[in-house]
Design a protein around this ligand. Sequence first.
Ligand code: AKG
Ligand code: FE2
Length: 193
Amino acid sequence: MDSEIIDLPEAELLYFPHFFFETKADAYFEKLLSDIEWRQEKIRLFGKEVLQPRLTALYANNNKTYTYSGLTLQPENFSEELLQIKTAVEKVCTVNFSTCLLNLYRSGQDSMGWHADDEKELGVNPEIASVSFGVERIFHFKHKTENQKHKLILKHGSLLIMRGSTQHFWKHQLPKSRKDIGSRINLTFRKII
Ligand SMILES: O=C(O)CCC(=O)C(=O)O
Ligand SMILES: [Fe+2]
């Protein structure tokens, strides 16, 4: 399978543009779109309650909660298809994941702002496996202290692995798109300690 090392300083990034076959990726997209219990959560942003510009869900093989942006999510049990995807990605990862955070970007208007996945529950140097289904979107990296950015297109059926010191030194975002585009589903597998 083709994979690319994304060579950024103080980061460890591995990208598989075609991790799942197209037909498999199509089937996962449809199944996840209909079966996941998608919710639009409220978060606190600069002291104000706002709805997140995307839908989310949390699944896990334990009942440990995950807290980010002042929001604590209680997981559901993994479904059969999430377990299949988890097993597939673990073949190229160095850890077994406990948890999957899912995001549904309904259109180009949905997005995720700059952040690092550096919550305490993830421990130091967490490995995160990010799977994408649906329309391609641009993903940005920005170094926290140096003036360096990187842009990546996350394709349908792709896998991006972020590990090592990536979350310590870099932020990432999924910007809005002005194009009239369809939906994208992203799954980030994490190990909650
Ligand atoms: O949708 C994406 O590709 C990014 C998701 C992300 O960064 C996250 O869930 O922490
Ligand atoms: Fe993230």
